[in-house]
Design a protein around this ligand. Structure first.
Ligand code: ZN
Length: 402
């Protein structure tokens, strides 16, 4: 999700406000302060402006609570060595975008549970403050009472055991620990998530006739949950399609390479047009120096093609992702999508032995989907390999790029 307003960084994590947040903030403030709303109902007799100010403060503090909840997830992930890309507050609360999946069920459990733990702590703190604040300070009392209630609701809602809610992640971590299979755990947890999403929608449809707004809200949340769970499930299916598949199986072996000192003219005439290639690895004395694609030369005017060498226009080795033939495809896909690369040179002891392109991966996916029930024996044999496997150079690149 694109953050629309940047609020700065906490421990290197960019915090963003999505546009939809402003809508919820406005609605929440309105519902809190309106006649018949929480404040007027429990604390009658204030001036109208006081209701508005208290309602706006309470709404802001609710979102601060959500932010702290997300930081609970984020800091735990960082502590486990998993980078956090961003935290975004939006219409349904907050989302911490964590760069990679946990490596163990234990890590997954810790990251999932720390959000609700923070919310429990805020609820407890607000409750104590509510008791401590003098009865003459009704406005403060109102705010702390409200924070106690909403944080408690937040914990209960988030602990519903449907993926991708925190409860669903905890559920998945437990299943993962129990069955030893992250795929099985994700399938069950996301299926529960989809069912819970539908349950919310059905409940919402009934509620519409009783309390219109609550009904619509439940339908929206149900729809959001069902979608997110379904997506998690599909992602896992794609992962399963590529499970046990190695780069070696899909790469184009012994690809055509070009010398770093060749001219752009030669590149276009002899290689791109001459051999129908959009991009190729660049070598210098047999060692990979970079990669050059059609995009790299688009900015160079035709009449200068003979003056420039491939070396001057290529993407150099340092900013490339490379893989070795035994890297598993899932790891490579992750890297490709994260850094938007379309081609990956495959190296074996420094020498270019293959080229893996996005097109080849898509072709394989299509092929695999037209043979849905067939599990190749190669795949079965290699299923014991832990996910995230042996990709030496990919792992190195990851460490460098961070
Ligand atoms: Zn959470």
């Amino acid at each position: 999700m694109e953050a629309s307003v940047n609020l700065g960084k906490i421990r290197g994590i960019p915090i963003g406000l999505h546009y939809s947040w402003f809508i919820v903030f406005g609605l929440l403030t309105y519902f809190l302060s309106m006649p018949g709303g929480f404040l007027q109902e429990f604390f009658p007799g204030w001036e109208t402006t006081t209701y508005w100010i208290v309602a706006a403060t309470a709404s802001l503090l609710l979102f601060t609570s959500v932010l702290l909840h997300e930081l609970g997830h984020a800091f735990t992930a960082q502590h486990k060595g998993i980078p956090v890309k961003s935290i975004t507050l939006f219409i349904f609360g907050g989302v911490a975008s964590i760069a990679e999946d946990s490596e163990t069920a234990r890590d997954e459990f810790a990251i999932a549970i720390m959000g609700p733990v923070v919310s429990v702590a805020i609820a407890a703190f607000s409750f104590v403050m509510w008791m401590l604040v003098s009865p003459f300070q009704e406005q403060l009392q109102a705010i702390f009472l409200y924070l106690t209630i909403v944080n408690t609701v937040l914990v209960i809602f988030n602990m519903i055991p449907g993926f991708p809610l925190d409860g669903g992640r905890v559920f998945r971590a437990l299943l993962w620990g129990w069955t030893g299979s992250v795929e099985k755990a994700t399938r069950w947890a996301s299926m529960t998530g989809v069912m819970i999403g539908y349950a919310f929608i059905i409940l919402g449809i009934f509620m519409v006739f009783v309390v219109l707004f609550t009904g619509i809200w439940l339908i929206l949340i149900g729809w959001f949950l069902q979608n997110a769970a379904d997506q998690a499930y599909k992602q896992m299916q794609v992962r399963r399609t590529f499970e046990g598949i190695r780069v070696r199986q899909l790469m184009e072996p012994n690809p055509v390479t070009i010398s770093a000192y060749a001219s752009i003219e030669e590149l276009v005439d002899r290689y791109m047009l001459g051999r129908n290639l959009r991009g190729l690895p660049v070598v210098d004395e047999g060692i990979l120096a970079g990669i050059i694609t059609l995009n790299d030369i688009k900015g160079t005017p035709r009449e200068q093609w003979s003056q420039y060498r491939v070396l001057d226009r290529m993407t150099p080795r340092e900013s490339l992702i490379t893989a070795d033939p035994d890297t598993d495809l899932d790891t490579v896909l992750h890297m490709m999508s994260e850094r938007d690369f379309h081609q990956i040179p495959v190296l074996e002891s420094g020498a270019v032995v293959g080229l893996l392109t996005r097109g080849q991966i898509i072709r394989f996916l299509q092929l695999r989907q037209s043979l849905p029930d067939y599990t190749p024996t190669v795949q079965r044999m290699e299923q014991d390999t832990p996910p995230g496997g042996s990709g030496g150079s990919v792992e190195q690149q990851r460490a460098q790029s961070d």
